[in-house]
Design a protein. Structure first.
Length: 326
């Protein structure tokens, strides 16, 4: 993804007045860059926060737990500072499958090699699942308590004692009560994070938004629509594999992307559920995914979807790895 947001400096211009070079080039004095991990239990709003910070959707969202399954990097360059945000899967404690072991390993790896941690919880709440994630934080790495979904708290007076109890649980560097859907709150978070990033050359080009490929984003968008149209009916043990991703030049010399993807489920009744009566549900999933991909990639997209049953794949380490999980 190479299109900068409206509020970001355009490639080739440095608001500080200096020349912009590639990452690591000379002339990077005064620049700051750092890794910022976004961690928390499932469904606390981590992906929504990442998308708001980057200014574009790069991480899928849904009300279904365990939506994010990969370490996804979002990059925002503002002035002389480059923020490299790392969205992680929600730390899973309910199911001990090979898939969940892989996802939890991703979380554990992310929190150990960063400059700053954003520990995301729902404002006013702290559960055993939150405590499990909190126990992963490494000493010596500053952590901000992101009290998200503040707009859902009706009695703000109750937040003060809750914040005090949270400080007793961990020596957070700062508390940030906010809503990831509030632009002013997100802007304020940038100013707070900036103080913790070291002075060093940028890791990415100024106009880069993510380290993930369009092929990866295509699989994620299909999976998001899958969750959206099946709700809680479909177990989380379903995934999407991209079989074909080809670029062509269309009639008007415009870009055309041909994508074929397979939705993998564990049971025949799950397959029937996704296809729906006369194939209507699968068609709807494909249409919505195609439309969003066309907006995201700014080109015409042809999308083919298939559904296959692979019994027990989520508890098969080899198959989990073959489907792209770490």
């Amino acid at each position: 993804m190479t299109e900068a947001g409206d509020d970001l400096p355009t490639a080739g211009n440095d608001p500080t007045g200096g020349e912009v070079g590639a990452p690591g080039e000379a002339g990077a004095e005064g620049r700051h860059c750092g890794l910022i991990a976004i961690v928390g239990k499932p469904n606390v709003g981590k992906s929504t926060l990442l998308n708001a910070l980057v200014g574009q959707k790069i991480s899928i969202t849904s009300r279904k737990a365990q939506t994010t399954r990969h370490r996804i990097t979002g990059i925002t360059t503002r002035g002389a500072t480059q923020f490299v945000f790392v969205d992680t899967p929600g730390f899973q404690t309910l199911h001990n499958t090979a898939l969940n072991k892989s996802l939890n390993k991703t979380v554990q790896g992310a929190v150990g090699d960063v400059d700053l941690v954003l520990f995301v919880v729902e404002a006013g709440s702290f559960t055993l699942a939150d405590a499990k994630v909190l126990s992963l934080l490494k000493p010596g790495v500053p952590a901000l308590l992101i009290a998200n979904k503040l707009d859902n708290v009706h009695r703000r007076a109750e937040i003060a004692p809750w914040l005090k109890s949270m400080q007793e649980r961990h020596p957070f560097a700062e508390f940030v009560p906010m809503s990831a859907k509030n632009a002013k709150d997100v802007e304020r978070l940038f100013g707070i994070c900036e103080k913790y990033l070291p002075e060093q050359p940028w890791s990415y080009g100024e106009d880069e938004l993510t380290d993930r490929s369009e092929k990866f984003l295509a699989s994620e968008i299909v999976r998001e629509k899958l969750f959206r149209f099946t709700g809680d009916e479909l177990p989380y043990t379903s995934t999407v594999v991209i079989d074909k991703f080809e670029d062509e030049i269309g009639r008007n010399k415009s870009r055309l992307a041909r994508i074929a993807a397979t939705i993998v489920v564990e049971r025949d009744n799950h397959k029937a559920m996704i296809i729906g009566e006369k194939g209507e549900r699968l068609k709807r999933i494909g249409t919505e995914a195609r439309q969003e991909l066309e907006r995201l990639m700014d080109c015409k997209v042809f999308l083919e979807l298939w559904v296959k049953v692979r019994s027990g794949w989520a508890d098969d380490e080899a198959r989990v790895r073959s489907f792209g999980y770490e």
